[in-house]
Ligand binder design. Structure first.
Ligand SMILES: CCCCCCCCCCCCCCCC(=O)SCCNC(=O)CCNC(=O)[C@H](O)C(C)(C)COP(=O)(O)OP(=O)(O)OC[C@H]1O[C@@H](n2cnc3c(N)ncnc32)[C@H](O)[C@@H]1OP(=O)(O)O
Ligand SMILES: O=C(CO)COP(=O)(O)O
Length: 646
């Protein structure tokens, strides 16, 4: 699927902080906001805020009239309810608030970041081409910083800061809720509250209004939440459906999508994400909490890489998909969503810290060592980087001294990697008080010692994970190439084995089915050009933790006492097994277990029910037993080395 990936020269990325560091923050904050081409909306009109408000209210009334069946609830009641929802939901941008936030932000970014790299030429070129076609920014979501940085960059390049679909959690924050609303946020319900027909009508009408009557770009996070694992999450389709509908109903001629990939040397929330992955709940969002976290920020967060992918036209996308005969609205939305995520994955610029994390895993798995000489690591980073590039990855700015970059990035992560006398140490043992607030330990479902050992590995895995999207298909070929796999009485050929693994891991790595045949061919061609050492590394990255954890999950399912078991029971039995076998701590993570179960459910190997508030699964033991045998075969096939404890 190389035509979906952009050819990029990482040296064309510009650190926008370099020029900002020599300029006055006040001047930057109060610069004229001349957003030029964005002043007209897609109707070619410039309307006052009052006129726009009236149009929006009028359109909402018309929508309600269409969706509320006569003789059901009263029309007046429905219209009033819709107006209330709109009042709650909509953004009311204010330039003074945007400037005030901009001033605070530039101070923080300049003091905490070394570099904010973007492909400036692409952005400038894109800006000059936006004209009157509505633009949708779709960034990956790995941190709260994502939306802050997007607003910052737009402000810096005189692009109207986007309207952003935000979760209700933010609206309920004192003061900050309003501040965000004035900086472009509009608030969404998720879950049960999002199902109401009146609410959905309001959301559709508002999204349509933003696309047709506002000149600012619209932005939403298709993953619907920050990815705690730093890998892509399966896309959420609600907002995208609204956008696709606007075009299908001919409300506009075209809509331009811009997938955006954001990667961090250090994620602001990395420790919190590791707690959450291990079962400690996310603290409630409050304004005080926000102020405290800004106060408690560490000194440095290194570099951030933001890659704007090539914009593409929705009109053309739908035309192409129709030509392939997949022309129903749901199919279009789902294919589009997966393609956007695919573009985000494959346009992610890897940092040298991602490569270092991979090297650390390699040393822990292969040599079972936590201490490595700096020269040795630099040597490994060099061949690992070449391997990743061969697999299509782009690695940060190239003409730099890699040794000093690695030393700098280690400084950012000294809570789990340190450098002393030229030896890099992976901190496998951590004292408890460094890891999590003591009062949270009561939320743990397993012994704290297990948590303490798991924590640094989970944290390191966060930085390995973005690189996996580049190599996972090739790694699948490596681990299955020499195994015989019999599935449902058929001996599978290489392609069949590859597709089977893709389906089982579909929720773990978010594959784009539209390109599975191309992915297979492309991966085989790369496989033929990599050497044994490289294959060995890719095997380590896949078997441990993923194949081993999935195998453990499957074996817990077949050993369950009944055919129908609750989700909670599954979590508990897997935790106990991880504890007993000292296996990889990824098995402790609910998200991993859920992904494995979702894969089985989609393949109709297990059934899922909801009884009261309990989720139940009905297990097909015979088929899962086959999977356990397949995975045993994969693990033991030239992979004996991998049965380590990590
Ligand atoms: C210099 C300047 C400095 C300034 C500096 C500050 C800048 C300050 C900016 C602040 C900015 C904050 C930004 C925060 C960032 C986040 O908060 S990200 C989180 C919130 N955003 C999102 O979630 C966006 C993407 N999510 C979606 O699209 C979701 O579908 C929705 C609409 C939220 C609903 O989610 P849900 O309730 O979890 O349900 P979901 O499983 O998605 O839907 C169930 C089914 O209903 C369908 N559905 C759901 N809703 C709809 C709908 N409305 N219509 C039709 N179908 C629907 C779905 O498609 C799905 O169908 P299937 O796929 O099963 O066929
Ligand atoms: O996506 C969000 C914030 O940006 C909503 O919060 P969570 O990531 O905690 O779900």
């Amino acid at each position: 699927m190389s035509d979906l990936m952009d050819c990029l020269d990482c040296n064309l990325f510009v650190n926008i902080l370099t020029s900002l560091k020599s300029k006055s923050d006040l001047k930057w904050t109060f610069k004229p906001l001349n957003t030029g081409q964005f002043s007209l909306n897609s109707q070619g009109k410039q309307l006052s805020n009052y006129e726009k408000k009236k149009i929006l209210e009028q359109n909402l009334k018309l929508t309600i009239l269409m969706v509320i069946p006569i003789n059901s609830i009263g029309l007046d009641y429905a219209t009033n309810k819709a107006m209330e929802i709109l009042e709650d939901l909509q953004s009311i941008k204010k330039n003074t608030t945007i400037r005030m936030m901009g001033f605070i932000l530039i101070k923080i970014l300049k003091s905490k970041l070394q570099g904010l790299y973007i492909n400036e030429q692409r952005l400038i070129m894109m800006k000059s081409n936006f004209n009157k076609t509505p633009v949708i920014f779709v960034p990956s979501h790995r941190s709260y910083q994502d939306f802050i940085l997007m607003a910052f960059i737009c402000f810096n390049y005189n692009i109207d800061i986007p309207y952003v679909a935000a979760a209700m959690d933010f609206k309920n924050m004192k003061i900050m809720g309003n501040v965000l609303k004035q900086c472009g946020a509009f608030f969404l319900h998720r879950g049960k509250n999002a199902q109401d027909i009146i609410y959905r009508s309001v959301l559709y009408t508002y999204v349509k209004h933003l696309i047709t009557y506002e000149s600012s770009p619209l932005q939403f996070f298709i993953e619907g939440t920050r990815s705690r694992s730093n890998k892509s999450i399966h896309p959420k389709l609600g907002i995208l459906k609204c956008i696709v509908n606007v075009l299908l109903k001919n409300e506009v001629q075209d809509i331009i999508f811009v997938p955006i990939s954001i990667n961090y040397d250090r994620i602001l929330e990395d420790k919190l994400f590791s707690y959450e992955l291990l079962g400690i709940p996310k603290p409630k969002e409050t304004t005080l909490g926000l102020i405290n976290s800004i106060k408690n920020m560490d000194d440095q967060y290194g570099n951030i890489y933001i890659n704007f992918a090539s914009p593409f036209s929705l009109q053309k996308y739908i035309k192409d998909i129709n030509a392939n005969g997949r022309n129903n609205e749901n199919n279009i939305t789902s294919a589009l969503a997966h393609e956007i995520v695919y573009r985000q994955q494959h346009n992610m610029i890897l940092s040298y810290f991602n490569i270092l994390s991979v090297a650390l895993i390699y040393n822990l798995s292969k040599n079972m060592t936590e201490a490595i000489h700096l020269d040795e690591i630099i040597n490994q980073i060099s061949w690992i980087s070449s391997l990743f590039k061969k697999c299509g990855a782009q690695i940060e700015v190239q003409d730099i001294d890699i040794t000093s970059r690695i030393i700098d990035t280690i400084q950012l992560h000294k809570h789990f990697v340190t450098l002393k006398d030229n030896i890099i140490h992976f901190q496998k043992n951590y004292s408890k008080h460094n890891i999590y607030p003591i009062e949270l330990s009561e939320n743990l479902n397993f012994k704290t010692e297990l948590f303490d050992n798991a924590f640094p590995l989970i944290l390191n895995q966060l930085y390995v994970n973005p690189s996996l999207h580049f190599i996972i298909n090739i790694a699948f070929i490596i681990i299955i190439s020499k195994c015989q796999i019999i599935w449902k009485n058929d001996i599978l050929d290489l392609e069949g084995k590859f597709f089977l693994l893709r389906r089982l891991f579909e929720y773990e790595f978010v594959f784009f089915h539209g390109c599975q045949k191309e992915d297979f061919k492309h991966s085989v061609s790369i496989y033929l050009h990599i050497n044994e050492k490289e294959k060995e590394l890719l095997r380590y990255l896949t078997i441990n933790p993923y194949v081993i954890c999935y195998r453990l999950i499957y074996s817990c399912l077949i050993n369950a006492p009944q055919k129908i078991i609750s989700e909670e029971f599954i979590y508990k039995s897997i935790h106990m097994k991880v504890e007993e076998l000292h296996s990889h701590p990824y098995g402790l993570i609910k998200d991993v277990i859920k992904s494995a179960l979702n894969g089985l459910h989609k393949m109709e190997i297990i059934k899922k029910y909801k009884k009261n508030d309990t989720i139940l699964y009905e297990i097909n033991r015979t088929i899962i037993m086959e999977l356990v045998q397949i995975f045993d075969n994969i693990i033991s096939n030239r992979n004996n080395l991998l049965k380590s404890n990590i």
